[in-house]
Ligand binder design. Structure first.
Ligand code: GLU
Length: 448
């Protein structure tokens, strides 16, 4: 049997971290088995759905790298490839639902009641076989004992979630429904509907919920609940994906950093953990730093340039080699890409405010002759590289009778405007003689 799974979000304008993990587990299972990953937007609630809300989901999945495999071809169909396909939208499938409801009515499995259409639900407890939580027997609640039948089409003609969800899973040939445990309580209804349509239900795998670190239920308002937080705060998608993999699934040996290729090889449904997962932001933050340290220079470059662009710094105006060298001085030091702008903005500015973060002593009048001496020494060096600049600065310190620090701090301020940043001699090397001397000249002039 060829595996077909789906992610079926409702466009609420928000991609919850739990939803992102559900998408990921479906995608992993499809990739592990060589199956198909379908994306279906459950947008029957027209009042709440907007194109923008759909984009939030699509962008989130794209950011995570979770590509979907099929769907109607969107836009210009000529030469359409995988990426031009889908997703499916329930709002475009009303005809399918209408036909299926007709069939239930004509076979006496559904009936009209006060303008709505109700489904004749089984009067027996339903057993739900589940690959994660085992067999669950769903007894009828007291209310259901009085009235087991439920509405599938409201009196305004709108089909309800249970109905459209099942019809789509059936018509899309879904073999495994992998979704949050909060849907377990709906599954008895779904199984009964499948049987009414004359087919056996797919296999179910309900994934335990994600809790906050203190064990409380994660709500929309909790910090870190939205995937956008991680996009905006400068996480690397590969780190977030790695972390989400470990939220409810675990490879042997307590490993924390597992490349996605390996997760795809190892991932299987029976290994999904049965207990709720706790979301540990500190761990994700740590993992992100590990990913940054170990990622290739090119990947770091790509994500860092993006982070700079977000705050309006356009690196395109600079020579590519210069940008690369500049970013190389940051790679071992930042844990989040959102730190890159404050760490590296000075490389891409023409004017530096050397006084903004300075202490009073940094630019005290008696320092001016020493800084002038240092500027002239920098102008003289044959090779403008970190080692030479280091030796030069130390030489000036000795000959002017000052401590190294008395020169180091103002030099950093003059060239970067900040008190922290990349290693001083390396950043000077990258800035190059011309920029460094210009910055010195401007600062010395302003010292009066
Ligand atoms: N639209 C439902 C949701 O977002 C889908 C449930 C399912 O995966 O079956 O919760």
């Amino acid at each position: 049997m060829k595996v077909r799974v789906r992610f079926a979000p409702s466009p609420t304008g928000f991609l919850h971290i739990g939803g992102a993990r559900t998408a990921l587990f479906n995608w992993l299972y499809a990739r592990h088995t060589g199956g198909t990953f379908v994306l279906r937007i459950e947008d029957t609630d027209a009042a709440r759905n907007t194109q923008e809300a759909v984009e939030v989901i699509l962008n989130g999945l794209r950011w995570l790298g979770l590509d979907w495999d099929e769907g109607p071809i969107s836009g210009d169909a000529t030469g359409a490839s995988k990426g031009d396909r889908g997703p499916y939208f329930q709002s475009q499938r009303s005809e399918n639902y209408r036909r299926r409801v007709e069939a239930l009515l004509s076979r006496g499995l559904a009936y009209e009641h006060e303008g709505a259409i109700r489904f004749k639900m089984s009067r027996e407890p339903v057993v739900i076989p589940d690959l994660v939580v085992g067999n669950v027997t769903r007894e009828l609640t007291d209310r259901e004992k009085l009235e087991p039948d439920f509405v599938i089409v409201r009196s305004d003609g709108q089909p309800v979630f249970h109905l459209v969800n099942v019809i789509d899973d059936l018509e899309m040939g879904i073999t495994h429904v992998i979704r949050g445990e909060d849907h377990l309580s709906n599954t008895a209804k779904h199984i009964a509907l499948f049987r009414a349509f004359g087919v056996e239900p797919p296999q179910y795998a309900h994934i335990p919920l994600i809790l906050n670190i203190d064990g409380t239920k994660m709500s929309k308002r909790d910090k870190g609940a939205s995937l956008m937080t991680y996009v905006e705060e400068g996480y690397a998608p590969e780190a977030v994906v790695n972390y989400l993999c470990l939220l409810g699934w675990s490879p042997k040996g307590n490993r924390e950093k597992v490349p996605i290729k390996e997760v795809i090889e190892l991932f299987d449904l029976p290994q999904i953990l049965r207990h709720n997962a706790r979301f540990d932001l500190n761990k994700l933050h740590w993992l992100n730093g590990e990913y940054i340290k170990e990622m290739s220079g090119d990947r770091f470059h790509e994500l860092a340039v993006h982070a700079l662009a977000r705050v309006g710094i356009d690196t395109n105006r600079y020579d590519l080699q210069y940008v690369k060298a500049a970013l190389d001085t940051c790679k071992q030091k930042v844990k989040l890409f959102s730190e890159v702008p404050t760490f590296a903005d000075f490389y891409f500015k023409e004017e530096i405010d050397h006084k903004a973060q300075a202490a009073e002593t940094d630019f005290a009048p008696e320092n001016k002759p020493r800084l002038k001496q240092l500027r002239d020494a920098f102008a003289q060096v044959a090779k403008f590289d970190a080692d030479t600049l280091n030796t030069t600065l130390k030489g000036v310190a000795v000959s002017s009778g000052a401590s190294v620090g008395v020169l180091v701090h103002p030099t950093r301020l003059i060239c970067t405007g900040r008190t922290v940043g990349p290693s001083l001699y390396h950043l000077l090397e990258v800035l190059g003689k011309e920029r460094v001397l210009q910055r010195f000249d401007r600062a010395l002039e302003q010292m009066g």
